[in-house]
Design a protein around this ligand. Structure first.
Ligand code: AMP
Ligand code: GLY
Length: 426
């Protein structure tokens, strides 16, 4: 009998991971809470919110789940893995204590300082007057002001000058734009360089890096427009080198895994540090995410040739060192189709046309979609990620765009330069 696996989330990341799990001979059933119209094609959707921990624990019991695979950020800091493990369920994902590395930027920064992991110099404040006095003091310098808690990726305010930093403190601590995520703030120096990220599969004591993947966070071509959850991704990342990968492993991932274990918070699950590569080339951690990136997961899953479930189960059981993992040498490009207006207000309920017109080897991973009237309609800001894999970067990009352009819904927009420019630089 194969395993019955539970995922929580509703993005194209969850669709990609469910699609990959479906290929495992050791997986019988996949449940996604709450899922979308795409996950419904490869799994069974369960209408429970990822923040409803009681609901997820009950669903795991009622559905006889025997493995939980963490993909999105919400459930872990709320203790889902702790609760499921207490019931004897193996989990690939961090405990609440380990998820603090994402859920509390203040904790993560102190952890990095204690362990000698390079990050921007910082101070942590709980009091607005103290924070404002610090920003107002001394020579003017470019700062970044961050709400410490989870703020759906929007809690980091990059400031040009003192006025901007004071305004950011006001927004977070006085107007409380991110609610209690802003009870604590991190004020840090603004770094210059280019951004990338890494993903590592971790079993508490061992970490294995995946190939690199870079996302494109701004809404518009040329890295203009507002920050989004991610408008596309490419793997491998365009500027990555073996030397840089080795530095990320040696200077960031290995000391983080060792440090978390030493802190009594062994880290199991996907560790996804966001990084700035400065000039001269040095690696600095901007933040840690305790989950898979979206849309990075979509391009990584397209390149994973071995069994995802076997890998995650080995990690959950603390025997990653023995696990086999095989990644394709090919390139993967993912292009996000978004609703007009995203990341601001947008309409939903538009019928999606052309989903059946894509090539058989192109993947269309659903995010904000749902089934309605015998078809599929838009139901969110990021609607689909179209992924192609090919021997060369140029072919992968052409195929991804060729297929993405066969799909239409009212207001659809995409970036036209995914995998064509290097991505964000400051
Ligand atoms: P975070 O949520 O901490 O990853 O920050 C979100 C975005 O803010 C990052 O992807 C960067 O573009 C930017 N950012 C965060 N911290 C810094 C920093 N210290 N210097 C420059 N940019 C930053
Ligand atoms: N790709 C950005 C994120 O998942 O946070």
């Amino acid at each position: 009998m194969g395993a019955r696996v539970l995922l929580a989330g509703m993005g194209a990341r969850e669709h990609a991971i469910a699609w990959k799990l479906r290929q495992s001979p050791d997986v019988d059933e996949i449940y996604v809470a709450p899922g979308n119209a795409g996950t419904a094609q490869v799994a069974t959707n369960v209408s429970v919110s990822p923040r409803d921990i009681d609901g997820l624990v009950n669903a795991a019991r009622d559905l006889n789940i025997d493995f939980y695979l963490a993909t999105m950020d919400d459930p872990q800091p709320l203790g889902l893995v702790d609760r499921l493990r207490a019931r004897g369920l193996p989990c690939y994902g961090p405990t609440a204590a380990a998820a603090a590395i994402e859920a509390s930027k203040a904790w993560a920064k102190q952890f990095m300082a204690d362990r000698g992991i390079a990050t921007a110099p910082f101070r942590v404040f709980r009091d607005h007057a103290e924070a404002a006095a610090y920003v107002g003091d001394g020579a003017e310098r470019p700062l970044v002001v961050k709400a410490s808690g989870l703020a759906a990726g929007k809690g980091a305010l990059v400031c040009d000058d003192r006025e901007g930093a004071l305004a950011a403190l006001h927004a977070i601590m006085v107007r409380r734009e991110f609610g209690e995520a802003g009870d604590e703030v991190v004020v840090e120096e603004r770094l210059r360089g280019w951004e990338t990220s890494a993903h590592a599969i971790c079993d508490g004591h061992t970490a294995v890096l995946t190939p690199s993947a870079t996302d494109y966070k701004r809404a518009l071509d040329g890295d203009h427009g507002l920050n989004t959850g991610g408008m596309g991704a490419v793997s491998p990342g365009l500027l990555m080198t073996p030397a840089l990968t080795a530095a990320i492993e040696r200077e960031v991932v290995a000391p983080t895994i060792a440090g978390m274990a030493a802190a009594g918070r062994p880290y199991t699950g996907t560790l996804y540090p966001g990084l700035m590569i400065t000039q001269p080339e040095e690696v600095r951690v901007l933040e840690f995410n305790a989950r898979f990136g979206d849309p990075e997961a979509q391009v990584l899953m397209a390149r994973l040739d071995s069994d995802l479930f076997a890998l995650c189960r080995a990690a959950a059981e603390g025997r990653l060192a023995d696990a086999a993992v095989a990644w394709s040498d090919e390139h993967a490009v993912g292009v996000v189709l978004a609703s007009g207006g995203y990341p601001g207000p947008y309409a939903t309920g538009h019928r999606i046309e052309g989903l059946d017109d894509v090539d058989p080897d192109a993947r269309v991973f659903h995010a904000g979609t749902k089934e309605a009237d015998g078809g599929v309609v838009t139901n969110g800001g990021r609607v689909l990620t179209v992924v192609a894999r090919a021997p060369t970067l140029i072919q992968a990009r052409e195929r991804a765009y060729d297929n993405a352009r066969r799909i239409y819904f009212k207001g659809v927009f995409m970036r036209n330069d995914i995998a064509a420019t290097i991505g964000p630089r400051t």
